[in-house]
Write a protein that binds this ligand. Structure first.
Ligand SMILES: [Zn+2]
Length: 105
């Protein structure tokens, strides 16, 4: 079992953990209204290694990476046949090689 990520990941993925203060909700229920959780920069996530909030500019990228991964996962569930890089490669290969039946002239 090998887990490989493509070269598109130029930025390093930081392992995230659910913020213990707001339990991943990004907001804390106050007496009258909900307040942004300061412990996780109102993201609901903290760095798994340190348990501290990520800087906002780093947080945006990390959340984006997670969202992209989640969307890929959803797409794979919706289209199970196109799952994995091998399937994608075969599909594009088929389209390139035999897809456009040129019949000469
Ligand atoms: Zn929090």
């Amino acid at each position: 079992m090998k887990k490989r990520y493509g070269p598109a990941f130029r930025k390093e993925t930081i392992e995230l953990a659910r913020c213990p203060a707001c339990k991943g909700k990004a907001v804390i229920q106050g007496v009258f209204h909900r307040m942004a959780c300061v412990q996780c920069n109102a993201s609901g996530w903290v760095a798994a290694g340190t348990g501290e909030a990520l800087p906002v500019e780093e947080l945006v990228t990390q959340l984006s990476l997670r969202l992209q991964a989640a969307q890929r996962h959803i797409n794979e569930l919706k289209h199970p046949r196109a799952a994995g890089p091998e399937a994608l490669y075969q599909e594009s290969n088929r389209l390139g090689a035999g897809g456009t039946n040129y019949t000469g002239d």
